[in-house]
Write a protein that binds this ligand. Structure first.
Ligand SMILES: Nc1ncnc2c1ncn2[C@@H]1O[C@H](COP(=O)(O)OP(=O)(O)OP(=O)(O)O)[C@@H](O)[C@H]1O
Ligand SMILES: [Mg+2]
Length: 240
């Protein structure tokens, strides 16, 4: 579904991506893990057209995304839940969800409001409240709901559990697993490598703008280098 080859991107000459190749097949849930500053957000933002690539190619369902702007990319169903959620705090929960439909253009809805409310009941309960009054975890659910309103074919998420309590982070990841089980293809950036590897089929480890490891998530979680650098000593105990 998504085929990225030798992708490079830079900020004022500083190279943030140095030739990244990565694939996501339809139906997969794939994690992108790596330390601060590795280039994870840059990669997502380059896919979604917010950052311009300097080399390489991005193909989505066979179509080269070169030259497409962010809004055009959103309209073919490649939708991003941005780092930090970026909900509009002064609008109601319901209005934030409705904003997501701008990505539909002439495509059919895949996730109705009812379906999103079933996934995140809090968004129904709080529909008329200011979005800014929600807790961080609820705002993250809203940001995911907003993307679902735009009928994603591939959903990109940038650290959806960042800053959330362990319970909230667990709820958000559980919802993502459910969405994937229902057929949605997901590329998930996650700094919590343990959670990410537990929740996904495959993963890429990115460091300093390069993919340094890739494989099945269950295999990567057994990799000594990944354990030493990303899973810590509790890895064995936590992998039950
Ligand atoms: N707008 C920008 N202008 C200049 N440099 C940037 C910009 N955004 C990111 N960078 C730099 O590009 C590199 C990759 O950053 P990026 O945000 O993609 O990393 P990340 O893996 O998402 O990190 P984090 O885990 O902190 O979110 C870093 O060196 C960062 O300082
Ligand atoms: Mg980031």
């Amino acid at each position: 579904m998504l085929e990225i080859s030798d992708l490079a991107a830079a900020y004022s000459g500083i190279r943030a991506l140095k030739g990244v190749s990565l694939n996501v097949a339809q139906g997969e849930m794939v994690a992108l893990i790596g330390p601060n500053g590795a280039g994870k957000s840059t990669l997502l933002n380059t896919i979604s057209g917010l950052v311009r690539k300097s080399a390489g190619s991005i193909r989505f369902e066979g179509r080269d995304l070169a030259g497409m702007s962010a809004y055009q990319i959103s309209r073919i169903g490649l939708l991003q839940v941005p780092e930090g959620r970026q909900i509009l705090g002064d609008l109601s929960v319901q209005e934030n969800l409705q904003l997501g439909t701008t990505a539909l253009h002439h495509r059919a809805t895949t996730h109705t409001l009812e379906r999103i409310h079933d996934l995140f009941p809090i968004l129904a309960e709080r529909r008329d409240q200011r979005a800014g009054s929600l807790s961080g975890g609820q705002q993250q659910m809203l940001a995911i709901g907003r993307a679902l309103m735009g009928a994603p074919r591939l959903l990109l998420l940038d650290e959806p559990s960042l800053g959330l309590s362990p319970l909230m982070a667990h709820q958000v990841l559980t919802a993502l697993r459910r969405l994937n089980a229902e057929g949605l293809t997901i590329l998930l950036v996650e700094q919590n490598a343990r959670q990410a590897l537990k929740s996904t089929h495959r993963a890429y480890l990115i460091e300093q703008g390069l993919v340094v490891k890739e494989g099945r998530s269950d295999e990567l979680s057994q990799d000594s280098g990944v354990i030493a650098h990303y899973l810590g000593q509790a890895a064995g105990a936590a992998s039950h």
